[in-house]
Write a protein that binds this ligand. Structure first.
Ligand code: ZN
Ligand code: FE
Length: 272
């Protein structure tokens, strides 16, 4: 039976191996070769392709070693043809790339990098999102603007709700803390956090996660949800009010301290 294996790489990266009945496989974003080779050997697999979502080292680090060992082909964005080591097959937004009976729709999702792509396999119910969409978060803007990232996130959000998301890093727990901070009354988020904690305590990945739920709990997928935005603005106003009153008290105490040290008379400032 076809399946997707999760491989821990480097500190907190994930590579993914898809394998079919014939023991043929492709790997997505091999950060490094050795854990990928271990899994391929353990499962007696033939690596046919490497799929890269973007050019960062922690996603392409294993390209050359794997290509040399397995004589596999490397698939990546045409826009990153000069940045993806060993690229053989160049693809662009709207293209389709097939592996036997499974076909991936290529979705350009710039923001984290300018040439970032996602591979959406409808028949596998899976999308590989690299460093654009994380569980409860999104990637940093290295080569794009917030608008570019938002448009990319909207493209991913439009996929079917049952789509399982396979992202590039295990950032879920720290993302959860931020999400809870700005969305404190979201019951679904609370439930998700319990599950995330459980998994992490057992050393299990929190990946994949389902888009339908993510749309309700990931703050970065809800930037056009007016109710959510209103609640964030209210929280910000509360925050600044609290900060300003704190700052006022601090200035007041400082003024008294200065007055006391220069005149020897406490509170003389407010008596004058
Ligand atoms: Zn990256
Ligand atoms: Fe990364």
């Amino acid at each position: 039976m076809a399946e997707i294996l999760i491989i821990k790489c480097l500190n907190d990266n994930y590579a993914y191996i898809y394998l079919n009945d014939k023991k043929e496989a492709f790997v997505v974003d091999p950060s490094e070769a050795s854990p990928v080779i271990d899994t391929l050997e353990k499962n007696d697999l033939q690596l046919k392709y490497i799929l890269n979502t973007h050019h960062h080292f922690d996603h392409i680090g294993g390209n050359f070693e794997l290509k040399e060992k397995y004589n596999c082909k490397i698939v990546g964005s045409k826009k990153d043809r000069d940045r993806i080591p060993g690229i053989d097959i160049e693809i662009s937004d709207g293209d389709y790339w097939s592996f036997k009976e499974h076909t991936a729709q290529i979705i350009e999702i710039p923001g984290h990098t300018s040439g970032h792509i996602a591979f959406f396999f409808k028949s596998l119910n899976a999308v590989f999102t690299g460093d654009t969409l994380f569980s409860l978060g999104c990637g940093r803007l290295f080569e794009g603007t917030p608008t570019m990232m938002w448009n990319s996130l909207k493209k991913l959000r439009a996929l079917p709700d049952q789509t399982k998301i396979y992202c590039g890093h295990e950032y879920t727990f720290s993302n959860a803390k931020f999400a809870k901070h700005i969305d404190p009354n979201n019951k679904l988020l609370d439930e998700a956090i319990v599950e995330i904690k459980n998994k992490r305590e057992k050393g299990l990945p929190t990946i994949p996660f389902e888009l339908g739920t993510e749309k309700k709990i990931n703050p970065f997928l809800r930037a056009d949800d007016q109710k959510f935005i209103d609640s964030i603005i209210k929280a910000l106003v509360r925050f600044f009010k609290a900060e300003w009153s704190g700052a006022f008290v601090a200035i007041f105490i400082l003024a008294i301290a200065i007055e006391f040290s220069t005149s020897g008379r406490p509170l003389s400032l407010i008596h004058i």
